[in-house]
Design a binder for this molecule. Structure first.
Ligand code: ADP
Ligand code: MG
Length: 629
């Protein structure tokens, strides 16, 4: 690099703090698998080639007479360097500073957070699941140089850094830069010198990046002849029967940027009114950002093998865990990305692909319930968003959905299973929502259902409170919260065979009236309960009010406002209630304390605080004191 002497002195800049942190981790090698740097750099080179292919559609001059995109890897065992050069879109000096000095991408930022967590937990497996991008070069290099020339531009620039906090950027002579595109040179660390071994590098690149849609060649020595090691053919255009499981896996890893295995591979060609190929995967592990609001879909759109965009949102949001691509034959190539979004062809593709993904999941659920359960474990909470968002497919999604229930013994139950266990006279599909499965399973509101052998869905995902109230039904039965309205269980016999207790006695009725008077405005009503068998009390929502769990969620979101007053239900068969009912007017003070304590007990069972903690403590002390005589 003779120009270092003649070019104006490079400007030295500091990395953004987060980059410095990331670099520190790279330099100190948190990854056990250093090979991934090759994949990251090749993926960047391939992206650059695809961007150029796309821009070249509207501006063929950019391609000049070098229309064949390619990536060349050059090894120099003597100089201990590894160089990756592409003839893609390239970067201007300004773009370089932006791209290689900051962490502009939210994905990398999320990675940083997870990395810190994983480090704390000593979990290097987890770390291996994410791509880290360009900075991974510093795992194997103690100095990295990037020389680039933007397609269509004359000026070229060089970026260089030793990964220790600063980098330089300076213009370079045209003669020292690629005619177009980017050259990344790694000055390898002592312990990474084997990355100049042609055999090793070839094998690694073939395994990791053998299916990027750009030709890759390798030179064993700077003056050796280039040997092609990947043909850049689009895997998805080959017939299924020709493709091995390993090839699918490698491709999945390339396209998904994940290091796990695909749990489901979907490869087909749609024919008829619209022609397109689909190669899509459901990952085996849950991505860390599945519930990140900004996370878009990960299905890329190609048109006749030209990468167009990964922002076409091919699949509905609730299927955002699916990775892969769609290659259309009949979308026009020469329209802008914005126009494509409006295209009826894209709409047809979106519909077709979503239907196919769901029908494949249905098939899997039918034929291999274990495999399906593993997918549901990871992505069920996302898929259930569809119950709320995708009205047209709700029925299908309800069929797919799996639930933990009071009868599932830790496993998953479908609504079909639930249907087969319906009790005679059961008028609704019952559910309880909350944030914690164990606590849900222990809620007093479930007692009467358990005693009657009525199955209750235990819903602990955030989205559950929304879809259950969106008016869905199944076998013509509505979904009904066990904490809302009258339980209406009197027509269903107890499992033990005993008839439901006789009418509430006058004494208990009197006590209930006294409790109601004592609590006054704090409750909407106080009544005898059908849903309780063991506990003395519980709180439920009024018949037409909002489910209590939903109400809490809304309150957390600052949308509380006019919360309906809860209904206190009292178990007339409970021993304590029986004894309290015997209190006469001369025990009015104790009866009053009992009323309030019962109310607070019910609040606590729902995971809330007593309505007035200080008064609660005083009351409790008073009653205990009395009990001690
Ligand atoms: P990502 O690829 O996820 O965007 P990277 O850290 O791998 O993140 O790369 C950062 C950015 O640097 C890229 O988005 C791109 O703008 C730029 N870049 C890296 N390598 C190249 C290259 N070979 N050609 C053009 N731009 C590149
Ligand atoms: Mg990258």
């Amino acid at each position: 690099m003779t120009t270092t002497d003649t070019a104006p002195a490079g400007e030295t800049r500091s990395f953004e703090a987060d980059v410095a942190k990331l670099l520190h981790m790279m330099v100190h090698s948190v990854y056990s698998d250093k090979d991934v740097f090759l994949r990251e750099l090749i993926s960047n080179a391939a992206d650059a080639c695809e961007k150029l292919r796309y821009e070249g559609l509207s501006d063929p001059a950019l391609l000049g007479d070098d229309g064949q995109p390619q990536i060349v890897i050059t090894l120099d065992p003597d100089g201990k360097t590894l160089t990756i050069e592409d003839n893609g879109i390239g970067m201007t000096e300004a773009e370089m500073g932006e791209a290689l000095g900051t962490i502009a991408r939210s994905g990398t930022r999320a990675f940083m957070d997870r990395l810190a967590d994983a480090e704390k937990a000593g979990d290097s497996q987890l770390i291996g699941q994410f791509g880290v991008g360009f900075y991974s070069a510093f795992m194997v290099a103690d100095r990295v140089e990037v020389v680039s020339r933007r397609a269509g531009g004359d000026a070229a620039a060089r970026w260089a850094s030793d990964g220790q906090g600063t980098y330089t950027i300076e213009p370079v002579d045209a003669a020292d830069a690629p005619a177009r595109g980017t050259r990344v040179t790694l000055h390898l660390k002592e312990d990474a010198a084997d990355y100049t071994d042609g055999f090793k590098v070839e094998r690694t690149v073939k395994a990791q990046s053998g299916h990027v849609p750009v030709v890759i060649s390798i030179k064993d020595k700077p003056d050796a002849e280039a040997k092609q090691i990947a043909d850049g053919a689009a895997l998805w255009t080959r017939p299924k029967s020709d493709i091995t499981a390993d090839e699918y896996k490698d491709f999945y890893r390339t396209v998904a940027g994940q290091f796990d295995e695909p749990a489901l591979t979907l490869h087909y060609r749609a024919e008829g009114r619209h022609e397109y190929s689909v190669l899509a995967f459901i990952p085996e592990t849950k991505p860390y950002d599945l519930f990140d609001q900004d996370r878009g879909g990960r299905v890329k759109l190609y048109v006749r093998r030209v990468f167009i965009t990964d922002e076409a949102e091919i699949l509905p949001r609730y299927l955002r865990f699916v990775r892969g691509l769609v290659d259309s034959n009949d979308l026009p190539l020469n329209v802008s990305r914005e126009m494509i979004q409006q295209s009826p062809v894209l709409a047809a593709i979106q519909k077709g692909v979503a239907n196919r993904v769901l029908s494949e999941l249905e098939k899997l659920a039918e034929n291999d319930s274990d495999k399906f359960a593993a997918i549901w474990d990871n992505f069920g909470a996302a898929i259930k968003e569809g119950l709320y968002e995708d009205y047209a497919r709700r029925e299908q999604l309800l069929n797919l959905s799996r639930f933990k229930t009071t009868a599932s013994a830790g496993g998953w139950r479908s609504l079909k299973d639930y249907g087969e266990a319906l009790k005679e006279n059961q008028t609704a599909i019952y559910y309880a929502t909350g944030s914690d499965l164990d606590r849900l399973a222990a809620s007093p509101q479930l007692e009467g259902f358990r005693a009657r052998g009525i199955e209750v869905l235990l819903l602990a995902d955030g989205i559950d409170s929304f879809w259950v109230t969106a008016g869905a039904d199944y076998y013509g039965k509505p979904f009904k919260s066990v904490t809302q309205g009258q339980a209406d269980l009197s027509l269903i016999p107890l499992v033990e065979g005993e008839a439901p207790a006789a009418e509430t006695s006058d004494e208990v009725a009197g006590f209930i009236a006294a409790v109601k008077a004592a609590l006054g405005e704090e409750v909407g009503d106080v009544r005898a309960s059908e849903r309780l068998t063991e506990s003395a009390v519980c709180l439920v929502a009024p018949e037409h009010g909002m489910d209590r769990q939903m109400e809490k969620l809304m309150a957390q979101g600052g949308r509380g406002g006019s919360a309906a007053k809860p209904v206190l239900e009292i178990n007339p068969r409970h021993d304590l209630i029986g004894r309290l009912s015997g209190l006469g007017d001369d025990d009015a003070e104790l009866r009053d304390d009992a009323a309030r304590l019962l109310f607070d007990e019910a609040r606590i069972a729902d995971g809330e605080l007593p309505s007035d903690p200080r008064a609660f403590a005083a009351r409790l002390a008073r009653v205990l004191g009395r009990a001690m005589g």
